[in-house]
Design a protein around this ligand. Structure first.
Ligand SMILES: Cc1cc2nc3c(=O)[nH]c(=O)nc-3n(C[C@H](O)[C@H](O)[C@H](O)COP(=O)(O)O)c2cc1C
Length: 199
């Protein structure tokens, strides 16, 4: 589930809210999973991966990750990303484009404190996406942090939130005979413009 507060009253957010509620009613699993594609300037490649969206605050969408991970390094050099939801229970795809930046440290602290000690131990012990000799070593590193005498784990500087604000939405509704509905919303000079696309 995504924690939503003070959702923007702009039209694409009303659409999002309607599709999100329909997906909840249809018992959609992994409803908060989004694919994020980013540009790796060093290799000139596009890379994507899923993350769990945790919050939408007005028009800010927030997830958490390792700040030294490949994705975080890519966001720093190229802050434009492409985001995808797909909810199979309702056959809805939502595409977004956005600019991304780090969340304030105080916000990441607050979220870190809400999480289980197990998740936090993993966040501290794992240097995300770096090579390691075996999975056993991953478990050893994790247990070392989990069993440390300090039970109140503190958020490491290497872990925290990222927040993005979409400037483009496409809502795709799958319908019979491929008569799919596609609406786009594009923000220009602070105004949202709505258009329809052919399937
Ligand atoms: C459904 C799903 C949700 C995930 N959620 C997160 C997440 O919230 N944060 C995260 O860092 N990785 C998450 N992952 C793992 C990422 O997909 C990815 O493997 C990891 O972040 C490393 O990505 P990078 O090497 O591109 O930085 C998730 C994976 C799946 C399949």
């Amino acid at each position: 589930m995504i924690e939503i507060s003070n959702l923007s009253a702009e039209k694409p957010y009303k659409y999002f809210d309607r599709f999100y509620k329909a997906a909840i009613d249809s018992k959609q699993e992994f409803i908060e999973a989004i694919s994020i594609a980013s540009f790796n300037e060093d290799s000139n490649e596009v890379e994507s991966r899923y993350v769990n969206l945790k919050y939408i605050k007005k028009d800010e969408w927030i997830f958490f990750t390792n700040y030294n991970s490949p994705k975080a390094r890519q966001f720093k050099k190229h802050d434009q990303i492409s985001i995808l939801f797909y909810w199979d229970k309702t056959n809805v795809q939502i595409r977004m484009k956005a600019r991304i930046s780090k969340s304030p440290a105080s916000f990441s602290d607050k979220h870190f404190e809400k999480r289980s000690i197990e998740k936090n131990a993993l966040a501290i012990s794992s240097m995300q996406s770096q090579e390691i000799e075996s999975h056993q070593k991953v478990e050893d590193n994790y247990k070392k942090v989990l069993n440390s005498t300090d039970k109140r784990l503190h958020r490491p500087k290497s872990w925290g939130g990222f927040s993005f604000t979409p400037y483009y939405f496409e809502f795709w509704e799958g319908r019979e005979n491929r008569l799919n509905r596609r609406y786009i919303f594009l923000q220009r000079d602070g105004e949202w413009h709505e258009k329809y696309l052919q399937p």
